[in-house]
Ligand binder design. Structure first.
Ligand code: ADP
Ligand code: MG
Length: 724
């Protein structure tokens, strides 16, 4: 910082508001815009990072080493020393003691401004130096004996190089006077003891002297509490509003018929539902039977058996004369669902259609016609299912698998699709990633949640081993042994986000290496940039082998899909090893796969590792997941791999993931369209969140206009995204 800051503070001018004559925007104005500080309210909510205390003076004799203090005295000596290096050394005397100011960089003008006899106010951290008390590069201001002290703490704002603090301070101070901060909430809503929003903000920008700094830093001061309460309340209001809007909508009441298809499906399944599956299936059936649209999340760890629950719901809807759509985030996953659902539902006389982005031309036109006529009871696919040209005759139930992996735009599109009809379809979302409790209470407050907390019986837990890259050869030897026993193996290659090309090279190289080391074994390669047909062919060679756990060929899909994915050739060669990039991440179901190797496991997120690992351990065979990493590991890398080795429990994994990455990352696509909470912290402010949760529905009922204004002030256009 420049030794004498007075000049620069005076040169700052308040920002000009764009208007007549279109004054050229200054660099600081452009910098403000870049930070998103456009409106008065934006500036008013731009809170200080920290404060400087210019409200009081400390006697030099009383200041202790390490203190950040402001002192005032007269320059008693000023000279340029040359040893140990060139520097300006100034002595200031305040009558109690002397202080040495040291400037390693300085201009002649600064030297002149610090001439002997000048009265200066000096702010900085006190150090015990060679010559006694000293400050290095303190902030210095020339004053006269009657220059008043600051009346409030001086805010230091988050800023950028082009935006001087002094400029920003003035801009914020004037915006604070103009910003629309009138109290919106009726009396009795704000918890007692908290100031108005306007007072809270005024205080946080200019705190009174001697306020305990710790209460500002840890945000426990009532002014902070008020701000956080406002924000949490707005968020809860928007959730409550969404819930009310939905309650006002009409949906078809889909009653399960006695002796209907869902009962026949249950009877035909080669297994019994687990107690947890039964419970969630009943929860869903109850929702479907109501004339309001269901809005339910079905969460269950990988392999817990969500698909069959979805199929049962679809059977109910179709029996009631409505159509059902099932959408998955990737083509491979959609295809897995398609096969399974065809196998389960076609024997019951249900026509299953198949729609993806890669399907064009005549086949697509035919498919669309089947959807439009109502002939297709169930439509399975990627987000192609909700494209504008897809018109359902009577859509009664939409099922979205791994919904958090869809982008915000796609979720909004789905919402539009659902909103367009006179009668709303029911919505069932499925996810293998459980929502942590705090998020469930806040961002997902308007969602009903069903949880499958039990795996089907007979699964042997996957054993996870972590090895450094150096062990690669012994891992390959292990593969050989597994193949010899008729088992199948996944080898997953790293995700290199910056470069799809590198991704591919890596997978290709590994594929070549494994093909060479495992002669006589069919080693396949799968990556995201392969044409869909080729991907499907590779997948079916791997999934469609003759030795299914049930002894039957798993590939038998003749269906409405015409050009739909074909099963593997029964009796043909079975692919033993599948080398793949992360395209297999979700949903692939090959019970005979007993070993998964994940290369460069340190580059994957925790939830993703868990999802990948869920591809093995699907049958009765004991399965192993090998995590290869290349040292050195970062701390978070270490934490992730350790968590993987320690637990198979998806809920525990999600909890640790949240701990390691924070909620922003956790919400994945959701955060891209919607800023997370700016001021409140879901963990620390659980008590405020609770209050806001209880108040929101009451406020919405008694003061709907105030509620809307509150949502608008805090969420504005983001409210739509938060509901997506
Ligand atoms: P996820 O919840 O990960 O989507 P899936 O629905 O793919 O799990 O089910 C995993 C495997 O478990 C599938 O092969 C499925 O047929 C089978 N499965 C589902 N429910 C049961 C059950 N109750 N008993 C035995 N196997 C089941
Ligand atoms: Mg699944």
């Amino acid at each position: 910082m420049a030794p004498v800051s007075k000049a620069s503070e005076q040169s700052a001018t308040a920002p000009q508001r764009p208007g007549d004559g279109r004054p050229a925007r200054s660099a600081p104005q452009r910098a403000l815009e870049k930070l998103g500080l456009l409106r008065d309210i934006d500036l008013a909510l731009h809170l200080p990072l920290r404060y400087e205390d210019e409200t009081r003076l400390t006697r030099i004799a009383d200041a202790r080493e390490g203190d950040a203090v402001q002192v005032e005295g007269v320059v008693s000596d000023s000279r340029v020393d040359f040893r140990p290096r060139r520097q300006l050394v100034v002595r200031v005397d305040d009558g109690s003691d002397e202080l040495v100011l040291r400037f390693l960089h300085f201009y002649p003008s600064q030297q002149k401004a610090l001439a002997v006899g000048t009265r200066v106010r000096v702010r900085g951290e006190l150090r015990g130096g060679f010559l006694g008390r000293e400050m290095v590069h303190p902030a210095v201001k020339a004053v006269s004996a009657d220059t008043p002290l600051a009346e409030a703490l001086t805010p230091v704002y988050p800023s950028s190089a082009q935006l001087p603090q002094a400029y920003l301070r003035k801009a914020v101070a004037s915006a604070l006077l103009r910003a629309p901060l009138a109290e919106l909430l009726p009396p009795g809503i704000v918890p007692p003891g908290l100031p108005t929003l306007k007072d809270a903000l005024t205080f946080l920008h200019h705190p009174a002297p001697r306020v305990p700094m710790a209460t500002l830093e840890d945000r426990s001061h009532p002014a902070w509490q008020r701000l956080k309460f406002e924000e949490l309340l707005a968020q809860q209001l928007s959730q409550a509003q969404a819930q009310r809007e939905r309650a006002a909508l009409r949906a078809p009441a889909l009653q399960a018929l006695p002796g209907g298809r869902h009962e026949r499906l249950l009877a035909a399944l080669p297994f019994q539902l687990t107690a947890a599956q039964q419970r969630v299936a009943e929860e869903i059936a109850r929702d479907l039977a109501r004339p309001q649209p269901m809005h339910r999340l079905l969460q269950g760890d990988v392999g817990s058996g969500k698909t069959v629950v979805a199929a049962l719901a679809a059977a109910v809807a179709i029996d009631a004369g409505w159509q059902c759509a099932l959408m998955a985030p990737t083509e491979i996953l959609a295809e897995q669902h398609f096969r399974k659902l065809v196998q389960w539902l076609e024997p019951l006389g249900i026509t299953v259609a198949w729609l993806t982005g890669s399907r064009r031309g005549k086949g697509r036109a035919q498919m669309l016609a089947r959807v439009a006529s109502g002939e297709a009871g169930l439509v399975v696919g990627t987000h192609a299912v909700i494209q504008d040209d897809v018109a359902f005759a009577k859509l009664g139930l939409a099922i979205v698998d791994e919904q958090h992996r869809f982008g915000v735009a796609q979720r909004l599109q789905l919402k539009r699709k659902l909103d367009s009809a006179g009668v709303e379809p029911h919505l069932l979302m499925m996810s293998a990633t459980p929502i942590p409790r705090t998020l469930a209470m806040s961002y997902y407050a308007d969602l009903d949640v069903s949880t499958i907390d039990e795996l089907p019986p007979g699964r042997t837990p996957v054993v996870t081993k972590v090895f450094a890259d150096g062990k690669r050869d012994s891992v390959i030897a292990r593969i050989q042994a597994e193949v010899a026993q008729g088992r199948q193996i996944y080898w997953v290659c790293p995700l290199i986000e910056e470069s799809e090309t590198l991704d591919l090279q890596n997978a290709t190289a590994t594929h070549a290496q494994l093909s060479e080391t495992l002669p006589g074994t069919l080693v396949g390669l799968l990556h995201g940039r392969m044409p869909a047909a080729e991907k499907a062919a590779v997948m079916s060679l791997f999934t469609g082998g003759p030795e299914d756990a049930t002894g039957r060929s798993r590939a038998s899909s003749s269906s409405a899909g015409g050009g739909a994915p074909q099963g593997g050739a029964p009796g043909g060669p079975r692919m033993a090893v599948l080398v793949s990039t992360t395209v297999i991440e979700v949903g692939v179901d090959v019970p005979n796969a007993s070993l998964m190797v994940i290369e460069h496991a340190e580059r994957f997120g925790l939830s993703q590792l868990h999802q990948l690992r869920g591809r093995v351990g699907r049958g009765a065979v004991a399965s192993v997941c090998v995590l290869l990493y290349s040292p050195p590991l970062s701390d978070t890398g270490k934490a992730r791999l350790k968590a993987m080795a320690e637990t198979n429990d998806g809920f525990e994994i999600a909890r640790r993931d949240l701990e390691i990455r924070g909620p922003g990352e956790f919400m994945g696509a959701r955060q891209s369209g919607a800023a997370l909470l700016r001021f409140a912290d879901l963990t620390e402010d659980a008590a405020l969140l609770d209050q806001a949760r209880q108040l929101a529905p009451r406020l919405l009922a008694s003061h709907p206009q105030a509620a809307s204004a509150q949502i608008e002030r805090w969420l504005g256009s983001r409210a739509e995204y938060l509901k997506a």
